[in-house]
Design a protein around this ligand. Structure first.
Ligand SMILES: [Zn+2]
Length: 80
């Protein structure tokens, strides 16, 4: 066990991808990103819809399923 950054979990409810309406609960992960074509609205997108997204603080955050724990932030977290 190594000491590392405290994992960040997605706290809110997840529903469906805001672009293709795929249920996110069955996905391996999702992105919390600006939705393409909306002119700046943010939403939750499945990973296929996030293809080409830039991950970073202020751009988009990528979460992955962690069995038993929920959804953990893997890319695009706040600067240390
Ligand atoms: Zn999608």
């Amino acid at each position: 066990m190594t000491a590392g950054p405290v994992p960040v979990y997605f706290a809110g409810p997840i529903g469906v991808c805001d672009l293709c309406q795929r249920p996110l609960a069955g996905e391996a992960g999702f992105g919390d990103v600006e939705v393409p074509g909306t002119g700046g609205a943010w939403g939750l997108l499945c990973l296929p819809c996030c293809a080409g997204a830039a991950w970073g603080w202020g751009f988009g955050q990528r979460y992955e399923r962690q069995d038993g724990c929920g959804w953990v932030l893997v890319e695009g977290g706040p600067p240390a």
